[in-house]
Design a binder for this molecule. Structure first.
Ligand SMILES: Nc1ncnc2c1ncn2[C@@H]1O[C@H](COP(=O)(O)OP(=O)(O)OP(=O)(O)O)[C@@H](O)[C@H]1O
Length: 259
């Protein structure tokens, strides 16, 4: 059981966005995709989760081509947190989380229990009756995280796809979100996320995949991939790596100056 992308290439007009990428997302692993703005992370992410149609290459989810899944089966197999969820009507936050249960058998008691659990673990219980459009950016992100947890809250292995899940969050909420992701991976879920914070990647990832200009640079443990050499190739920055007992901290050289 795993999600495998093979020889994935993608082009828009004359622009090559992705070139011959091979990648595997495994249950039990927290896998972080990193790279510069425009490197092709979101494009790859949306191809792997089945939201963007393949041009070249294949994606197999549990040995079955992702394109042969029905929308309903895919929704039970993997949940996707994107960066923006625009909802402008006055719907209570708990109903947003309840949307995650929509693909499943309508078991009212069980679904209500799952929604309550997902409100609780994302620290969103106090927001449950507040209308979604009135939430702050970080609160919306937590509620949407709760929604995708509710969507795959069944027996693992299932897949969680998260595009910059902590981009709007303060430090305690960042750790809370990533601790939940860690817990889900430990339970046997496959967790695949895009992160820009290299130190969070270093701290939480079992596997890091680094891409640059649509090409795979390296995939491996954080220690193998987050090297001064790779970071200079992909980000064009010089870094120092501070090794501690817990993690390797990446300290970038301050670049740029006043305009
Ligand atoms: N419709 C389009 N026409 C032209 N170029 C496009 C189009 N859609 C995406 N691109 C380009 O594809 C490249 C990859 O985009 P993508 O969103 O995958 O990057 P990313 O690594 O997720 O970046 P970021 O970190 O900024 O979110 C970018 O250079 C982007 O400008």
């Amino acid at each position: 059981m795993s999600l495998i992308g093979k020889n994935i290439s993608y082009q828009i007009g004359n622009k090559q966005i992705l070139e011959d990428i091979d990648i595997e997302i495994k249950p039990g692993e927290l896998h972080v995709l990193i790279g510069r703005n425009g490197a092709g992370k979101s494009t790859l992410f949306h191809i792997l989760c089945g939201d963007t149609k393949l041009q070249t290459g294949k994606v197999y989810c549990n040995q079955i081509e992702i394109e042969s899944y029905t929308k309903a089966d895919l929704a039970k197999t993997r949940a996707v947190l994107t960066q923006d969820t625009h909802i402008n009507f006055p719907i209570p936050s708990e109903q947003i989380i309840a949307l995650g249960r929509y693909p499943h058998v309508p078991d009212k008691t069980k679904n209500e229990e799952i929604v309550e659990t997902c409100l609780k673990i994302t620290n969103s219980s106090m927001l449950k009756r507040q209308h979604y459009p009135t939430l702050s950016g970080g609160e919306k992100q937590k509620v949407n995280f709760g929604r995708i947890l509710a969507q795959v809250w069944e027996t693992p292995p299932r897949y969680l796809f998260l595009d910059e899940p902590v981009s709007a969050q303060d430090i305690p909420n960042q750790y809370q979100t990533l601790n939940i992701c860690r817990h889900m991976a430990n339970k046997g879920y496959a967790v695949f996320m895009i992160l820009h914070d290299l130190n969070l990647a270093s701290q939480y990832a079992d596997r890091v995949t680094l891409i640059d200009k649509g090409k795979l640079i390296q995939s491996g443990t954080a220690e193998e991939v987050l090297t001064t050499n790779n970071l200079e190739i992909a980000f064009g920055i010089k870094t120092k790596i501070l090794k501690t007992n817990e993690i390797n901290f990446i300290i970038p050289e301050i670049i740029g100056g006043p305009i």
